[in-house]
Design a binder for this molecule. Sequence first.
Ligand code: PLP
Length: 301
Amino acid sequence: MKLLATTLPSPLQRLTDSVTKTAEVELYIKRDDLIHPLVSGNKWRKLKYALQEANERDVKTILTFGGAFSNHLFALSAAGKLLGFRTIGVVRGEELEDKERSSTLAFCEAQGMELVFVTRQEYKQRAERPFLDELCQRFDSPMIIAEGGTGPLALQGVAELTGEVREQLGRRPDYYALASGTGGTAAGILSAGASVLSFPVLKGGGFLEKDILDLAGELSPDVSLSLFTDFHFGGYGRWNTELLEFIDWFHREHHIQLEQIYTGKMMYGLYQLLERGYFKPGSSIVTIHTGGLQGLLSSRR
Ligand SMILES: *Cc1c(COP(=O)(O)O)cnc(C)c1O
């Protein structure tokens, strides 16, 4: 199979600053943002086995779903171009068809992805058979990947991250901390037998608990999932100056760039927990830099 040129294992870096010292924890960041310049972060991990299967089955076309700012559409369009698959992106919001493209969708089209705009009502049927059958007919039986790339094959790809960390650290960390959208990444880490602190980026993200546990399947008894639903900053795609200032502070302190949609919210939330003394001294926490830097506000690059 033609492969993407990836940096693996992605680096694991220690984060030390006044907050981690006061909290007396060992904090790390897993730099999945460095895996690939375009197919980065958890999107590469989630797509890895789907792309491999597409190749083995000699699939010509891959179809998937996302919103106007979807990092998953971004990653799949780039992978399609690099690996020679035709890609179709079913986009939420019929009204967007005639509007100026978001930078994400403009990128997808430039990679050759065909965009199909559907109403929000239709988009809700994205996992239902009749709608999928219709899409299959229309696009010559493509391989269909779920929204966010989240599916059984994605879990396997994400789970591999924990194997890398175990080698790099020489042991298992107490927790993984990550930002959640669909919950697929959280489920993958849990299914690998590690405890997860999940920071939903959507408002009212409590519903994700069931989604994550359903996806992850049976858990080993010493593994836990904790959701922190108070760090959404108003909902998906929303933020405020406090969050942007935190991202700037983190960048000055650690020379690592976060963005305001996913990783900034997770790290902000985690630092709140550190300051509140949530963790026992000596705890080890691996945060995952899930990538998404193309979503960084252009004014802040
Ligand atoms: C998609 C994405 C997430 C969310 O991943 P899920 O598996 O859908 O929960 C987190 N961070 C970044 C940067 C992403 O692009």
